[in-house]
Design a protein around this ligand. Structure first.
Ligand SMILES: NC(=O)c1ccc[n+]([C@@H]2O[C@H](COP(=O)([O-])OP(=O)(O)OC[C@H]3O[C@@H](n4cnc5c(N)ncnc54)[C@H](O)[C@@H]3O)[C@@H](O)[C@H]2O)c1
Length: 350
C-alpha cells in the first residue's frame, strides 16, 4: 500500500506520469506493474547510491515479483562516458533483456542521462524509468527526455531525446545528499522561480523549503515548457537561464566550480546585463537570495575570459549569442545579442 504522493502528467512524444512523495521508493513495484506488466528490470545505479539504497531497491522490486539485475557505475561525471555506455549495453545483452523489458535509472543526473541514452539505443529502444536521487535530477534531468554522455570534445555532445515511461521521485532519498550537492539542485530551483514563477521564488526565502511542494512545482514548470518545445527549438531555451555564463565558468575552472555554483554566478551575470538591455534590474534581489543559500556569487574570472569561453559555447549562432535575461522575478526572455555587444556588456558587469 503506497502512502500519499503527487502525480504530474507529461504529454510529450510519450505520455508519462511523474510521481513525487516521501518514502515512495517502497511502492515502486506497485507503480511499475500497471505500466510494464511482467518483465525483467535492469537497474542502473552509481556506487554511492548503491551503497545507500541498492539493497532496498532490489528488495522492493523482487518482493513485487520482478526479476531484477543491477549494474553499478562509479559515482561521478566521469562515468557518463562512451565506455560505460557500451559496457552497460553489453550487460543488457548478456542479461538477454528483450524489448518488453525495461531499464531503471536509479541515481542523479549522471545515471539518468546514461540510463536514458542506453535505453534509447538498446534494441532500438526499450522502456526506462527514472528514479532520481538528487534534487537536481528530481527537478531537472529526470524530466523532459534529454539523455546524453560526454565525449572528449565536450559535455553532453552525444545523446537523444527519449522520454521515460515513468518518473518515481522519493524525496526522502535526498536526506543523505552532501550539502553541496543538495545546494547545486537549489540553484536550479531558484532558476525555475526566476524564469517562470514569482510565487515559487517567494516561497524560497523560507528555509528549509517544503521539498515535496517545491519539487512538484519545478516539475510542473519543466513539464509545461517541455510540452511546448520538446525538441528544444524555442521556449525550452528559457531553462538555460544562468547556464550560458555558468558553462563558461565551469569550463574556465576546469569543472572545479560545481554546476550549481556556476549557474548561480551565471544567473547573477545575466541579471546584471538585463537593465543594460532595457530590462528590469533584479540583480540585487537575486544575489541576496543566492547568498542566503550559501552560494559564492563572485564571478572569479575576467570579462575577457568569460567572453572567450563563451565563443566556443554551442548556444552561439553566427555573430549572435542567445542569452536568457530577466524582465522581472518570475519572467525571463530569450534575448539575442551580437557577440561584440556582449563583450562590452560583460566588461560593464564583471
Ligand atoms: N538530461 C537533462 O535534462 C539534464 C539536466 C540537467 C543536468 N543534467 C546532467 O546531470 C548531471 C548532474 O546531475 P547530478 O547533479 O545529480 O550529479 P550526479 O549524478 O553525479 O550526482 C551527484 C553526486 O551525488 C551522489 N548521490 C546521488 N544521490 C545521492 C543520495 N540520495 N545520497 C547521497 N549521495 C547521492 C552521486 O553518487 C554523486 O556523487 C550532469 O551530467 C548534467 O549534464 C542533465
Amino acid at each position: 500500500m503506497i502512502m500519499q504522493y503527487r502525480t504530474i502528467n507529461v504529454s510529450a512524444s510519450r505520455c508519462y506520469n511523474i510521481h513525487i512523495g516521501r518514502g515512495l521508493l517502497a511502492g515502486i513495484g506497485e507503480l511499475v506493474r500497471p505500466l510494464l506488466g511482467h518483465c525483467r528490470l535492469a537497474v542502473l545505479t552509481d556506487s554511492n547510491v548503491d551503497a545507500l539504497y541498492g539493497n532496498a531497491m532490489m528488495q522492493y522490486l523482487t518482493s513485487a515479483g520482478y526479476d531484477v539485475c543491477k549494474y553499478v557505475i562509479p559515482a561521478g561525471e566521469a562515468s557518463k562516458c562512451a565506455e560505460n555506455l557500451l559496457a552497460f549495453l553489453n550487460f543488457l545483452a548478456r542479461e538477454q533483456m528483450t524489448r518488453s523489458d525495461a531499464v531503471i535509472a536509479f541515481g542523479g543526473g549522471v545515471v539518468g542521462d546514461l540510463g536514458g541514452l542506453s535505453a534509447s539505443l538498446y534494441l532500438r529502444g526499450i522502456k526506462y524509468i527514472q528514479v532520481p536521487t538528487t534534487l537536481l535530477a528530481a527537478v531537472d534531468s529526470s524530466v523532459g527526455g534529454k539523455t546524453a554522455i560526454d565525449i572528449p570534445a565536450g559535455k553532453n555532445l552525444v545523446g537523444s531525446f527519449y522520454q521515460p515511461s515513468m518518473v518515481c521521485c522519493d524525496t526522502a532519498l535526498m536526506d543523505t545528499l552532501p550539502a553541496e550537492i543538495y545546494r547545486d539542485g537549489c540553484a536550479e530551483v531558484i532558476k525555475y522561480g526566476m524564469i517562470l514563477d514569482a510565487a515559487l521564488y517567494d516561497t524560497l526565502h523560507t528555509l528549509p523549503f517544503d521539498r515535496e511542494a517545491v519539487v512538484a512545482r519545478c516539475v510542473e514548470i519543466k513539464r509545461d515548457v517541455v510540452q511546448q518545445d520538446e525538441f528544444d527549438n524555442g521556449i525550452r531555451g528559457l531553462l538555460n537561464f544562468g547556464h550560458t555564463f555558468g558553462h563558461a565558468i565551469e569550463k574556465l575552472s576546469n569543472f572545479g566550480v560545481s554546476h550549481g555554483e556556476a549557474v548561480a554566478k551565471g544567473m547573477v551575470i545575466a541579471a546584471r546585463i538585463a537593465p543594460l538591455c532595457g530590462l528590469c534590474n533584479v540583480a540585487d534581489e537575486l544575489s541576496a537570495l543566492l547568498v542566503e543559500y550559501g552560494f559564492d556569487i563572485t564571478c572569479g574570472y575576467s570579462a575577457g575570459e568569460i567572453y572567450d569561453a563563451l565563443l566556443s559555447d554551442k548556444k552561439r549562432r553566427g555573430g549572435n549569442i542567445s542569452v536568457v535575461l530577466p524582465r522581472a522575478v518570475g519572467d525571463c526572455v530569450l534575448h539575442t545579442i551580437p557577440v561584440e555587444e556582449l563583450k562590452e556588456l560583460l566588461h560593464k558587469v564583471i
